[in-house]
Design a protein around this ligand. Structure first.
Ligand code: CMP
Length: 142
């Protein structure tokens, strides 16, 4: 096992329903540490760039609209196997397919409004963190 960083977003549907505390409590209870956090209203440019990998997908416009519909909480999480652990805590992308007690099963409204985003691999985690955070923004939890 090795200590890793991953990138997490509490999406507008999670922030607007006042779920920030419950979601962070879940991360912390499973050994993930918040080492960076920023509340932000994403611009279209930021949302489009962040999700550029999905640009050709049919849901892209809806995804960008949804991510700009209200403030989000951007976070960097650190812990043992943080990337996989966060993905397990979040559950499948589609809340109807997510396992019991995952964040998306508990709180997700639809595949578009699935409450949280998390990096899927080490290279994406690095890029996603760098999209929103400078190294100097992060508390180094050694
Ligand atoms: P996220 O983990 O943020 O990554 C891309 C997002 O696109 C995904 O969560 C969903 O919220 C959204 N999305 C909307 N429709 C789809 C779809 N049909 N398949 C995959 N992702 C979708």
């Amino acid at each position: 096992m090795s200590k890793e960083r991953t990138f997490s977003i509490i999406k507008p549907d999670g922030v607007s329903r006042n779920l920030i505390g419950k979601i962070i409590a879940r991360f912390e209870s499973e050994g993930l540490f918040v080492i960076g956090a920023k509340m932000k209203q994403l611009s279209r440019h930021e949302a489009e760039g962040f999700y550029a990998v999905h640009r050709s997908r049919p849901f892209y416009a809806e995804l960008v609209n949804s991510m700009c519909s209200g403030p989000v909480l951007l976070m960097v999480l650190e812990g043992e196997n943080a990337i996989l652990k966060n993905r397990e805590i979040m559950g499948a992308t589609n809340p109807t397919e997510a396992k019991e007690n995952t964040i998306r099963k508990l709180f997700g409204v639809s595949i578009g409004e699935n409450t949280v985003h998390g990096s899927d691999a080490p290279d994406t985690a690095k890029n996603e963190i760098a999209w929103f955070f400078a190294e100097s923004d992060l508390a180094n939890k050694q």
